[in-house]
Write a protein that binds this ligand. Structure first.
Ligand SMILES: Nc1nc2c(ncn2[C@@H]2O[C@H](COP(=O)(O)OP(=O)(O)OP(=O)(O)O)[C@@H](O)[C@H]2O)c(=O)[nH]1
Ligand SMILES: [Mg+2]
Length: 400
């Protein structure tokens, strides 16, 4: 079967970095799509395409594709790859002009891919192509992901300086501290050579930063079964490294972003932020409704309306942001109203608790009223958060 009828370039997907359940272009699916991200790899691309084709043709005849995703390299890598297309029917080429960066290049490639299994390999031959069949073997054994690792048997780095080894291990340690449940799942979380089943990451919005796409996939995907295969990271023969200090900074930012967006701590921070917007809405509405210079309505009536509007404001933000991942799985109007009602009731319960704690701290323990109020607000925020997580948004989670 021939994939590329002509040597036209693949259109670049746009919008959010989400991978569809099935290829969206209506073409029949393939077993495997391998992305080769490139920036200034003109000299390497013919060699790697040749080697990969020789390996994959016997294993998956006509049932795989190689997708070069090039960021408009000044050395014309995309053009070199495009010229190879007539000789390699499984080769496709994407040239990105608007976007840049390794991780997004890989995801844009996966978005255009037709494979049931999605992979990535560097173009510079530092990732030995022959290892691909061993990785594929792990998938055939039932793996959801197969990772090439420098830190299992048979693995290593060829000629790395002590400084680079130290930086690499240091980065891994920082990752283990910040995201143990993600970074600790594989021996080489920095690996850029791996494959994963499409279904493990389909419909998850990815938002990577920098180079470490594997960490993003592990963090946001559902990957129960991971196989690891040892390999020795080769020295570059042609072209030059794009790694600079910026990649280390991006890596740290990426870890922090994941830490804040995953698990209860991230949600709690978002919940608290939404709570602050609620205070602004409440205050603003109280002013508009009750101030003598505006509508001048009675205080209690104004406060009830202002609070209710703040609750609705908070609900909407929490539904799209704090608990957005859960809410998106149950988008129906009825379920949303159900969540709103529960949220409302829990907030009312929180208000009563707030008054009780304030009274207790102020009247019984003699704590300054504003300090007491701050403590009460903090306790109630955590209380509201847990109850809403367990009652308002949890129901939908269980139905998955
Ligand atoms: N599309 C795209 N590819 C990139 C970009 N940066 C790097 N790449 C490719 O990603 C792969 C890995 O980049 P390298 O610079 O070799 O990084 P590395 O292998 O971790 O580091 P070295 O050992 O120093 O080479 C190579 O195939 C690069 O051409 C980018 O911004 N866009
Ligand atoms: Mg490299």
């Amino acid at each position: 079967m021939s994939l590329s009828q002509s040597n036209s370039l693949l259109p670049v997907p746009s919008g959010s970095l989400q991978i569809a359940d099935l290829p969206t272009n209506g073409e029949p699916p393939l077993r495997f799509s391998l992305i080769i991200p490139t920036y200034k790899e003109a000299k390497n691309i013919p060699k790697i395409v040749e080697q990969l084709t020789q390996l994959l043709d016997p294993e998956l005849p006509g049932d795989y594709e190689l997708i070069v995703v090039d960021d408009n390299s000044p050395d014309g890598t995309w053009e070199v790859a495009q010229e190879l297309m007539p000789n390699y029917p499984q080769l496709r080429v994407m040239r990105r002009v608007e976007e840049r960066g390794l991780s997004t290049a890989v995801i844009r490639g996966w978005q255009a891919a037709r494979g049931e299994v999605l992979g990535v390999i560097d173009a510079d031959l530092q990732h030995p192509p022959e290892l691909l069949l061993k990785l594929w073997g792990e998938i055939k054994r039932g793996g959801d992901m197969a990772v090439a690792s420098r830190h299992v048997e048979g693995g290593g780095v060829s000629d790395w300086s002590i400084v680079r080894r130290f930086l690499s291990r240091g980065a891994q340690t920082v990752g283990l501290i910040l995201l143990p449940g993600v970074v600790g799942r594989v021996s080489d979380p920095m690996s850029g050579y791996f494959m994963v089943r499409r279904k493990c990451i389909a419909d998850r919005t990815l938002s990577p930063l920098g180079y470490k796409i594997l960490i993003e996939v592990l963090a946001r995907g559902r990957v129960p079964w991971i196989g690891e295969v040892g390999y020795v990271f080769q020295e570059r023969q042609e072209g030059e490294s794009k790694v600079t200090a910026k990649q280390y900074v991006d890596y740290l930012r990426h870890l922090i972003r994941l830490r804040l967006s995953l698990g209860p701590i991230g949600r709690l921070v978002r919940f608290g932020t939404v709570g602050l917007t609620g205070v602004v809405v409440d205050m603003g509405m109280l002013f508009l409704l009750s101030d003598p210079t505006t509508l001048g309505l009675p205080l209690t009536r104004s406060k009830i309306i202002a609070s209710e509007l703040a609750i609705i404001n908070n609900f909407l933000w929490n539904d799209v942001w704090t608990f957005g991942d859960i809410a998106r799985r149950q988008p129906g109007m009825r379920q949303r109203l159900e969540r709103l009602l529960k949220f409302n009731l829990i907030c009312l319960g929180g208000l009563i608790l707030n008054v009780l704690i304030l009274n207790l701290l102020f009247n019984v323990f003699g704590i300054n009223r504003y300090v007491a109020n701050l403590i009460a607000i903090a306790v109630v925020t955590v209380w509201n958060f847990w109850l809403n997580l367990k009652l308002s948004w949890r129901v939908t989670d269980v139905k998955r």
